[in-house]
Design a protein around this ligand. Structure first.
Ligand code: PMP
Length: 453
């Protein structure tokens, strides 16, 4: 019997398998139990050493088990392991990290940062601040939010309400009112055009019409991921984000970039929006900010938004929003060490280079495999889109379990990859090098060959 099953039985006497409840972990599919990690590799309880093609969950950007990060955490623990950075107190790591983010995002005119514990918190903070911004501007009717289909913005009620995938939302309705989704500018599947420019224009026109129909005086903000991640790694046309900024500016609507995945290098630029040449009003960070060593979220505000808050500073203007873990000193210390590595080792540059190798490596597979419709990506966000029919591009029904099976074959062949609906997602650590990229490509190639056989 594998060690995993012995371990699970030892920790649960009453149930067949394990005591944890999660929809993606069932008794039929017990979890792979990860017990060790180093750089781009993890080890499971049965002693298998695998390339971490997922980078944890799109977050271990600096790689696992880095001495600098561990040292920063331990040193901070020795000084002070917890004090909040709101309600009138702060700690040096939270002050230094906010200054660091402002310095890294000087181009975007980021001047204030509000911390939280994860990506869902960072999004919730941005949505609430958007409404508060308009209150302070004397335009309290601006309360509505727009977003893209296929978008993912976390699990809290605000984030869920702007989420573009019914799959995540349906069980929790009714959600926040006044949230509207437009089509994702997705070249592979859209009702408009395969021409990227025509597609970008069609979606922008849809946004323009929606804002006019709702009334610009009612719209607070548009939230989107610079590259959609959990929705299937959807890369918009080059001109989409600049045109998005333009149409939002026309109606003074705020732009919130959900950079939870793209922030700090993953898409090949320091920030996803910067990769498109666009300056958002707010950016939501988590995941890569602290590479998963300690959970941390951050919402960064540009001058426009931050100034309004300070102008309106009064009993009514105070942000009634903060978490017990706002600015957690250990999380902030870990993040400072991680961001130092991001800069020192030029991780955005490596993501661009290694992302290209990954895409190039997988392109022949996508062409030859009968059930892969497309391989796409930007930087180290890459997706393999599985189809039941290449011509009609019909997504593979996840219920058939085929994508899951290929992902599990890939694990047996040496790389952890993630099945998400009909797409296999790849997001390895940004420190990855050529040999590990090649292992991921080979593992997937062998996995698909095993399926075809
Ligand atoms: N926004 C985006 C773009 C994400 O990908 C995620 C998580 N996958 C979130 C928000 C939510 O982050 P968390 O899981 O840390 O709450």
């Amino acid at each position: 019997m594998p060690d995993r099953d012995n371990y699970l039985r030892a920790h649960n006497t009453r149930h067949q398998f394990h005591p944890m409840i999660h929809p993606m972990i069932s008794a039929d599919a017990p979890p792979q139990i990860i017990t060790g990690s180093e750089g781009c590799y993890v080890t499971d309880i049965d002693g298998n050493r695998l390339v971490d093609g997922l980078g944890g969950l799109w977050n271990v950007n600096v790689g696992h088990n880095r001495a600098e990060v561990k040292q920063a955490i331990v040193e901070q623990m020795d000084r002070i392991s917890y004090y909040s950075s709101f309600a009138g107190t702060a700690t040096p790591p939270s002050i230094e990290l906010s200054a660091k983010i402002c310095e890294m995002a000087a181009e975007e005119e980021i001047t204030k940062v509000m911390f939280s514990a994860n990506g869902s918190d960072a999004v919730e903070t941005a949505l609430k601040l958007a409404r508060q911004y308009w209150q302070l501007e004397g335009k309290p009717t601006r309360t509505k939010f727009l977003s893209l289909k296929q978008g993912y913005h976390g699990v809290h009620f605000g984030g869920l309400s702007v989420n573009g995938a019914p799959y995540y939302r349906n069980a929790y309705e009714p959600l926040l009112g006044g949230c509207f989704q437009v089509d994702s500018p997705w070249t592979y599947r859209n009702p408009y055009s395969e021409d990227p420019e025509e597609l970008a224009d069609a979606v922008i026109t849809q946004i323009d019409r929606l804002i006019q129909a709702q009334g610009p005086e009612t719209v607070a903000a548009f939230i989107a991921e610079p590259v959609q991640g959990a929705g299937g790694v959807i890369v918009p046309p080059e001109s989409f984000w600049p045109k998005l900024r333009e149409v939002l500016d026309r109606y003074e609507v705020l732009l919130i970039a959900d950079e939870v995945v793209t922030g700090f290098g993953r898409s090949g630029a320091l920030f996803g929006a910067r990769g498109w040449g666009v300056k958002p009003d707010m950016m939501c960070f988590a995941k890569g900010i602290s590479s998963g060593y300690v959970p941390l979220g951050a919402t960064a505000l540009n001058k426009r938004v931050a100034d309004a808050w300070y102008r309106g500073f009064s009993p009514e203007g105070i942000i009634m929003h903060g978490y017990t873990s706002t600015g957690h000193p250990v999380g902030c210390a870990a993040a400072l060490a991680c961001l130092d590595i991001v800069e020192r080792e030029d991780l955005p540059g490596n993501a661009a280079k290694m992302g290209k190798r990954l895409l190039d490596g997988l392109t022949p597979l996508a062409e030859s495999c009968s059930i892969i419709g497309e391989v796409r990506g930007k930087g180290l966000m890459v997706g393999l889109d599985f189809v039941s029919d290449k011509k009609s591009r019909t997504p593979m029904d996840p219920g058939k379990g085929i994508v899951e099976r290929i992902a599990s074959f890939a694990r047996e062949e040496g790389a952890i990859v993630r099945p998400a609906g009909s797409v296999i997602i790849l997001s390895p650590p940004l420190v990855i090098e050529e040999p590990e990229i090649d292992i991921i490509v080979e593992a997937l190639t062998r996995a698909c060959a095993r399926y075809d056989a």
